[in-house]
Design a protein around this ligand. Structure first.
Ligand SMILES: NC(=O)c1ccc[n+]([C@@H]2O[C@H](COP(=O)([O-])OP(=O)(O)OC[C@H]3O[C@@H](n4cnc5c(N)ncnc54)[C@H](O)[C@@H]3O)[C@@H](O)[C@H]2O)c1
Length: 274
């Protein structure tokens, strides 16, 4: 066994939604590279994907950028062919791409927005995983899939998050089913459930006049560690799940949430720090 359990040298990782847009996928792509992985930076935004590819290459790893809308099965097919050509293998898949197309209450939600959320956040993960699992089985190497879920999958958020929550709940059960189906091939499938991350999109939400300034304070009341999370703080948990350190961990949903899910919502207060 490798003395460095977290070493990902020689493994190829695909991260969806990895454009250099200050989001989680960007941080994870760089983090996986820092631990030795070569990285396929995929995003619907090609400029963002290319910027991430350049940053990964600057870290001394191999990388390609691929434009792919994970809601489009043809683009997913084409992306995996490109990965085959560039690397000839795949060891790690991070199903990170996810959207919140509109933030309206269930009665006002348009069918197209419901369908779009599920297409990107759930069906996209399913289709990418089908390709990845097929290749991992053919390689005979096993592999690791990490699905980026959300605390929204475990408790309702309100505030127009319903399709997002439903898609992420589906992703949780998808994680378990896939883990059970392919454990015999040493393919491990896990998910993380982040609380609110200080991404560009989330910063915009905090500035949204409908919620601010109270939203930030309200969110903190639910987070015992008393701060919102930074994208880079997810590198540790995700590298762990992808690495040999997690060789017997599969089918797990790990909250990465500053203690949010540990706190009973009925008592959404913690003692003052002072
Ligand atoms: N930000 C949070 O507070 C938070 C909390 C819990 C879970 N999450 C989950 O983390 C993941 C990343 O979220 P984020 O906040 O970093 O998002 P983000 O909006 O900051 O970044 C998402 C990236 O995905 C890309 N993208 C959008 N639609 C795509 C598509 N159809 N195909 C491929 N790429 C696409 C975007 O161009 C962008 O680069 C999502 O699955 C999200 O649901 C985020």
């Amino acid at each position: 066994m490798n003395a460095n359990l977290f070493d990902l040298t020689g493994r190829v990782a695909l991260v969806t939604g990895a454009g250099a847009n200050g989001g989680l996928g960007h941080a994870l792509a760089l983090g996986l590279a820092q631990y030795g992985a070569d990285v396929v930076a995929s995003d619907i935004d090609m400029d963002g994907a290319e910027a991430t590819r350049n940053e990964v290459q600057a870290l001394g790893r191999k990388s390609i950028a691929v434009r792919c809308d994970v809601a489009n099965p043809d683009e997913i097919d084409a992306m995996f062919l490109e990965i085959d050509r560039a690397f000839g293998k795949l060891n790690i898949l991070i199903n990170n791409a996810g959207i919140l197309p509109s933030r309206v209450r269930p009665l006002e939600l348009k069918l197209e927005d419901w369908n779009k959320t599920l297409a990107v956040s759930l069906t996209g993960a399913f289709l990418c995983s089908q390709h990845a699992v097929g290749r991992m089985i053919a390689q005979g190497t096993g592999g690791s899939i990490v699905n980026i879920s959300s605390i929204a999958s475990l408790a309702a958020l309100g505030r127009g998050n319903m399709p997002h929550s439903v898609a992420k709940s589906g992703l949780n059960q998808f994680t378990k089913e896939l883990a059970v189906e392919y454990a015999s091939h040493k393919i491990r499938v896990n998910a993380i459930a982040p609380a609110q991350i200080m991404t560009q999109g989330f910063k915009k939400l905090l500035e949204d006049g409908r919620f601010s300034p109270a939203l930030y304070e309200r969110l903190l009341m639910g987070i015992p560690l008393n701060r919102l999370l930074e994208p880079e703080e997810f590198v540790g948990p995700v590298v762990f799940l992808c690495s040999d350190a997690a060789s017997i961990v599969t089918g797990v949903l790990m909250p990465v949430d500053g203690g949010n899910m540990a706190l009973n919502a009925g008592g959404s207060h913690t003692w003052p720090t002072a």
